[in-house]
Design a protein around this ligand. Structure first.
Ligand code: C2E
Ligand code: CA
Ligand code: CA
Length: 505
C-alpha cells in the first residue's frame, strides 16, 4: 500500500512543483509584456501629442498676427497635415476667435472651462458629432489654443496586440479604453504608467497570478514534458520500491523498522503450580502478513549474520518490557533469551551480556542464556571461558533442544551448564502407551547421570504432564500451560497471579 502510494505522491509533488515554477515564470513574463505594451501605447500617445504641440506653435503665431483668411488657411493646412489632429481652435474671451474648420466652426458643443491641466478628455455628449475627443489646451496671455484629437486615433494608439490585456488612456479622473465612451475612474485596471512628457497615464489590467488558460496556451509543451517526467518518475520509483527483495534484504529492513518483536512463553513450576519465568521468542510483526514464525526467518538470520542485530533488538525490547513491569515480576523470575553460536562467538559478547544485565532495574532477575544444541557448537577454550565467565556473573546457562544435537556430549565436562531443555520432539512422543516413553526415559536418565537440572518443553497433554511430574521434572513449558504471548498478554497473566493446573499423583 505504502509502496504504491509513495510513487504517486512523489509524481504529483514533482508535477505541482513544475506547474508552480512554470506559472510563476509565465506570470513574470506576462507582467513584463503588459508593462512593455503600456510603454508602447504611452509612446504612441506622446507622438500624437507632439503633433498637437507643433500645431499649437503655429496657432500661437496666428494668435499674435491675427485671424485673417491667411491665418485661417494656415490653421486648416496644419490640421490637415498633422495626421492625427482633428481641429485647431484659438479662443479669445471665452469665444471662438479662429478655427481650422471653415467658418471658424468648432466640433465641441461648448468650450471647456479653463483648467490648470493642458489635457482633457471630452465625452461624446460634449461634442457635436457624438464622438469623444482628446483636447490639448494651451493657455496664452490673452487667448487659449485648443487642439482636438479624435477618439479613433486614441484607440489606434492603445491597440497593442497583447492577448488578454486591455489598455486605456487616463487623463485626470477620466479614462477612455478600446471601446465605449469616456468614463470616470479606472477600477478595473490594476497597472498604470505615467507619461513623463504630458499629463496622462496608460492604465491596463495586470495578468492574474494563476491562469490555467495562460499555462495551456503558452506553456503547453512544458506542461506535457512535466507530465511525462512525473509519470516516468512514478514508474521508476514504483519499480525500485517494489523490486523483488531477497529474504535477507526483507529481514534487514524488518529489523531496522522494529518489526521483530519479543513474544513470551511461560515456564512453570509443575510441582508448586507457580510461574518460574519466561522464554523470549522472536516474532516478525509483518505489516501485511501478520505475525510470522521464527522457524522461517531465524535460519536466514543465522546464515546472513543478521541474527546479531536481531537478538540485540530483542534484548533492548526485553529490557524495556521488564523494566516497565518490574513491580509485577515474581522474585527470582527467569528471563530466557535464545543465543545463536555465531553471536556467542563475537568478541564483545561477554561485555554485551553484562551491559544487558545492568540495564534491568530488578537485580534479582535470573537471566538465562539458551544455547541451542541443534547447530554444531564449536566448543573451544574461548567459548568455555566466555560462558563460564557469564555463569560466574550470575547468568544461567541452559542447553536448548537437548538430545537433538550433533556435537556429542564431550563438552559437558568443560562447560558449566545449569540446566538442559529437553526437546519437544521427545515430549511429543509421550502418550498413554507405556512404550512411548522409552526414548525420553533414556534422555532423562542421561541428564540425571550428568547431574543436570531439566526443563521439559512442548508439554501439550495431561499424559505428558503426569509423566514429567512422576519423573520429578518440575520445570515445564508448553501449550498445556501457556502459548507464547505478546507483551500486553504477559502483563495480564502476571496480574492474574495464576495457580497453574498441576496434578501430582
Ligand atoms: P525453541 O527455543 O526450542 O523454542 C520453543 C519453541 O517451541 C517455540 O517455537 C515455541 O513456540 C514452541 N512451543 C512451545 N510450547 C509448545 C508446545 O506445547 N507444542 C508445540 N508444538 N510447540 C511448542 P517458536 O517460537 O516457533 O520458535 C522456534 C525456534 O526458533 C525456537 O525454538 C528457537 O530455536 C528459535 N528462536 C525463536 N526465537 C529466537 C531468538 O530470539 N533467537 C534465536 N537464536 N532463535 C530463536
Ligand atoms: Ca529456546
Ligand atoms: Ca527448545
Amino acid at each position: 500500500m505504502r509502496s504504491a502510494l509513495l510513487p504517486v505522491i512523489a509524481a504529483v509533488c514533482l508535477f505541482l512543483a513544475g506547474v508552480f515554477i512554470l506559472n510563476t515564470q509565465l506570470w513574470y513574463s506576462s507582467r513584463a509584456e503588459s508593462l512593455g505594451g503600456a510603454r508602447y501605447a504611452a509612446n504612441n500617445i506622446n507622438l500624437i501629442l507632439d503633433e498637437a504641440f507643433r500645431a499649437t506653435r503655429v496657432a500661437t503665431d496666428i494668435a499674435n498676427k491675427g485671424c485673417n483668411p491667411e491665418g485661417q488657411y494656415q490653421l486648416g493646412t496644419e490640421a490637415a497635415l498633422q495626421p492625427h489632429l482633428r481641429t485647431i481652435v484659438i479662443v479669445k474671451s471665452g469665444a471662438i476667435w479662429c478655427s481650422s474648420l471653415p467658418g471658424n466652426r468648432i466640433l465641441l458643443s461648448q468650450i471647456p472651462p479653463m483648467e490648470a491641466r493642458n489635457l482633457l478628455l471630452a465625452p461624446a455628449r460634449e461634442t457635436s458629432n457624438g464622438q469623444p475627443i482628446l483636447i490639448y489646451s494651451t493657455q496664452l496671455t490673452a487667448s487659449r489654443i485648443l487642439v482636438t484629437i479624435s477618439d479613433q486615433h486614441i484607440r489606434g494608439a492603445l491597440n497593442v496586440p497583447l492577448k488578454g490585456v486591455h489598455f486605456a488612456l487616463r487623463v485626470g479622473e477620466s479614462t477612455i479604453g478600446m471601446s465605449g465612451d469616456v468614463v470616470s475612474g479606472n477600477a478595473r485596471y490594476s497597472g498604470q504608467i505615467s507619461s513623463t512628457k504630458y499629463p496622462f497615464s496608460i492604465v491596463y489590467n495586470q495578468p492574474p497570478l494563476f491562469s490555467l488558460q495562460r499555462m495551456i496556451t503558452r506553456g503547453f509543451g512544458i506542461l506535457l514534458f512535466l507530465g511525462v517526467i512525473s509519470i516516468v518518475t512514478a514508474y521508476v520509483l514504483g519499480k525500485y520500491l517494489n523490486k523483488e527483495m531477497t529474504p535477507e534484504e526483507m529481514l534487514r529492513r524488518a529489523i531496522a523498522n522494529g518489526e521483530i518483536v519479543p513474544f513470551y512463553q511461560m515456564v512453570v513450576n509443575g510441582r508448586e503450580g507457580t510461574l518460574r519465568g519466561v522464554e523470549v521468542l522472536a516474532r516478525w510483526k509483518h505489516p501485511r502478513a501478520g505475525y510470522i514464525s521464527p522457524a522461517s526467518f531465524i535460519p536466514v538470520a543465522e546464515k546472513s549474520g543478521l541474527i546479531v542485530p536481531l537478538t540485540r533488538s530483542l534484548m533492548a525490547q526485553v529490557v524495556d518490557n521488564m523494566n516497565a513491569i518490574e513491580s509485577k515480576l515474581p522474585e527470582g523470575f527467569h528471563v530466557g533469551i535464545n543465543f545463536s553460536a555465531s553471536h556467542i562467538a563475537k568478541p564483545d559478547f561477554v561485555d554485551e551480556c553484562l551491559r544487558f544485565k545492568d540495564s534491568f532495574h530488578r537485580k534479582d532477575l535470573n537471566l538465562v542464556l539458551e544455547v541451542t544444541e541443534r547447530e554444531p557448537l564449536h566448543v573451544d577454550e574461548d567459548l568455555v571461558q566466555r560462558l563460564n565467565t557469564l555463569h560466574e556473573n550470575g547468568f544461567v546457562i541452559a542447553l536448548d533442544d537437548f538430545g537433538t544435537g550433533y556435537s556429542g556430549l564431550s563438552y559437558l565436562h568443560d562447560l558449566h551448564i545449569d540446566y538442559i531443555k529437553i526437546d519437544q520432539s521427545f515430549v511429543a512422543r509421550v502418550n498413554a502407551d507405556p512404550d512411548s516413553t522409552r526414548i525420553l526415559d533414556c534422555v532423562l536418565d542421561l541428564a540425571r547421570k550428568l547431574s543436570l537440572s531439566i526443563v521439559a518443553e512442548g508439554v501439550e497433554t495431561k499424559e505428558q504432564l503426569d509423566y514429567l511430574n512422576k519423573n520429578d521434572i518440575t520445570f515445564q513449558q508448553g501449550y498445556y500451560f501457556y502459548k507464547p504471548v505478546k507483551f500486553t498478554e504477559l502483563i495480564k497473566i502476571l496480574l492474574s497471579k495464576p495457580k497453574v493446573k498441576v496434578i501430582v499423583e
